[in-house]
Structure formats: C-alpha cells, structure tokens
Design a binder for this molecule. Structure first.
Ligand SMILES: [Zn+2]
Length: 291
C-alpha cells in the first residue's frame, strides 16, 4: 500500500488542485452498469498494458506488454477478475514489442471484438504475427488516425489525439503512437503510448485539449516524452509511469521525476507499486495499488 509520505502528497496534491479523492483499500468493486469506470495500469514490467472497463461493462485493452506469457499471467486473469466476457476494443498503440508481444496470447485465449490500430508499416515478426492473427481470426479492424471515432460505452468519450497520416507514414514508431483521451464525467485520462515530444507538439499544434485528470506518461517516463512544459499543458492530478524494475533504459528518467515533484504532481509507478487501478464515478477518482 501507499507509503504515508506518498499518501499525504497525493491528498495534498489533489486538494490543491481542487479535486476530491478517496483512497480505498481494498479496491472498490465496480459492478458494470452502475456508473463506475475502471482503469488498471497492469504491472507488465518494462512495457505498457492498460485495461479499461466502462460503466456499461465494455472493455478496452491498450497494449499487451513485452512478452507473450503476459496474456496468461497478467492480462487474462484481470479480464476474468472483472467478469469481462470479451475484449471489446483492442488498441495496439504502435508496433514496438514492449507494447504488443502479450497481445498474441490475448487473441489466442480471449474473444476480441474490434482491433483499432494504425497499420503503420513495420517489419518485425511479432508485429506481423499480430496483424496476421487479427486477419485470420476475422476480427474487425479499424484504421485509427487523429479524430477517428472508436465505438465504446456512449457514457465515455473516447478521442483519438494522435497520430496523423504523416506520422504513420514515417518510420518513427513512438511518435505514431495512438494517443487516446478518455473522458468520463468531469474526470479524464490521457493514454499516450510511447509518444514523444514531436507527437506532443503535433497534438498541441492541432489544437487538442490535452488537459487530463490522469496522465499515463509517455514512453515509460522517458525524458524524450515528458517535460515541465508538457506537464503544464496536461495539468494532471495524477501521473502514472509504466516501467520495469531496474530496466536498462533508466526509465523513468530523473529529470521527469524532478519535473513531477517540482509541479507537485503525485505519481505512481508500476515498477514500485505493481498494478495500479484508478476508478472514476464521473466526478472523483479513487486510486489503489498492488504494493
Ligand atoms: Zn514502449
């Protein structure tokens, strides 16, 4: 559970931001259809995997971590825990292996209704397998660009803020990440994949409203994604970093942690706190973590 100092920081941060928070232990049980949105930032080591369950019970899986076994060990158990009969929307943010490797097992072991992806050209075995699996299993595929409407619970607003066509046509995978802003009531989440500064700038240049209650920091807390200026644009009340313990990239970078602390933005890290679950009733967020 949270260290006391963190708990105080979190409460102080949210009070300062004029927001209401409840820290509940153990995690509140949300019954689909009764008004709770659940977002789990799964502990998949160095990589990303985020499972979302809308108030109507629909599920969205953004990314699947860096190894195939994560489907069986982490992702599918969470789907079962939440009583989800299927993945309604699967979003591989970009072709990098630390985001898509676990998806093969999900496609193998669980029904998936729709895959929303950019289709960026990238020739790795794991990416080709993902595209082949989607095709062979006759899963509906939606090509995603800025502004694409992704079907989900109508009570939840899903906006695609990135990428545009030019980003998809480049060979830079990180900056062609699908970036989703999810809004439920007055609470919102920004899921950034591995988007870095060029993508952040592109979103702002397109006039995107990036302000969000919860920010999943881009690229595992890399200095190439998060700056003080970017944090001032997003104005998150909670930052989430998905990174592996002692990873070889040095994620999250010390400059990013310093910027979060300077701006008094509370943050949680999967490498320290395990799976982090944020629930929203449409007006307040509740945060729980495994460790
Ligand atoms: Zn990554």
């Amino acid at each position: 559970m949270f260290k006391r100092s963190f708990l105080l920081l979190l409460i102080a941060g949210l009070v300062l931001a004029g927001c209401n928070i409840n820290l509940v232990t153990p995690a509140p049980t949300a019954v689909p259809g009764q008004g709770t949105l659940k977002v789990a930032f799964l502990d998949v080591g160095q990589g990303d995997s985020i499972l979302i369950q809308a108030p109507d019970g629909k599920t969205m899986l953004i990314d699947g971590g860096r190894s195939t076994d994560l489907a069986e060990t982490v992702i599918i158990p969470k789907l079962k825990e939440w009583g989800a009969p299927q993945v309604d929307v699967l979003i591989p943010t970009h072709p990098d292996q630390d985001h898509i490797s676990g998806l093969a097992g999900v496609l193998e072991g669980y029904p998936v209704k729709l895959a929303a992806l950019t289709g960026q050209a990238h020739s790795t075995k794991i990416y080709e397998r993902l595209l082949t699996d989607i095709r062979d299993k006759n899963i509906a595929a939606l090509q995603v660009r800025t502004g694409t409407a992704i079907p989900f619970d109508p009570a939840v607003k899903i906006e695609v803020l990135n990428p545009d066509e030019a980003a998809v046509n480049s060979d830079d995978t990180n900056n062609a990440s699908i970036v989703i802003k999810l809004t439920y009531g007055t609470t919102s989440f920004l899921f950034t994949g591995d988007a870095e500064m060029p993508a952040n700038k592109a979103m702002l240049d397109r006039g995107a409203d990036v302000r969000s209650t919860v920010l999943k920091l881009g690229h595992h807390g890399s200095r190439t994604s998060t700056t003080e200026d970017w944090l001032k644009k997003v104005q998150p009340q909670l930052g989430i970093i998905s990174a592996g313990k002692d990873n070889s990239y040095g994620h999250p970078h010390p400059e990013v942690i310093a910027a979060l602390e300077k701006l008094k933005i509370p943050y949680l890290r999967t490498d320290e706190h395990g799976t982090i679950t944020v629930t929203s009733d449409g007006t307040a967020i509740h945060v729980t973590s495994e460790k």
